[in-house]
Design a protein around this ligand. Structure first.
Ligand code: ZN
Length: 132
């Protein structure tokens, strides 16, 4: 199994752990870090106070940073149970932009498989950046 297939499996499994009683929209993510075997899973975790909700993508990013500090990410996969794959929200794209180059690959998938590869710069061409 290659790394992309493994990450897809991690994202699908993480999606099963999503806590989404309010939206009913479960999302799984998997983040591959360069030079590290582990693939970081993420799922959305909702809260009765909606602002406390966290997306699957940022769950994976923050987990990888918590364990390794700032390290180069290789790619991310986002999986939803929808007909068409769902891209990360703007907040997650902004967080990706803090840690990833503009050509960072994001794979969008459904439970049937990966549908599309996009680059961070295609989804967020001009990120907010206070560091010149
Ligand atoms: Zn998000």
């Amino acid at each position: 199994m290659d790394r992309l297939d493994l990450a897809f499996k991690v994202a699908v499994e993480a999606r099963e752990n999503a806590y989404a009683p309010y939206s009913g929209f479960k999302v799984g993510a998997a983040l591959s870090v360069k030079g590290i075997d582990k693939i970081y899973p993420g799922c959305n975790v909702e809260n009765a106070s909606y602002g406390g909700t966290m997306c699957a993508e940022r769950t994976a990013i923050f987990s990888a940073v918590a364990e390794n500090g700032k390290v180069p990410f290789e790619f991310c996969i986002v999986v939803t149970d929808t007909e068409y794959a769902t891209p990360p929200c703007a907040l997650c794209l902004q967080v990706f932009s803090e840690f990833c180059p503009s050509d960072f690959p994001i794979y969008l998938g459904t439970l049937k498989g990966i549908q599309k590869k996009v680059l961070l710069k295609e989804l967020l061409p001009i990120p907010f950046n206070k560091i010149p």
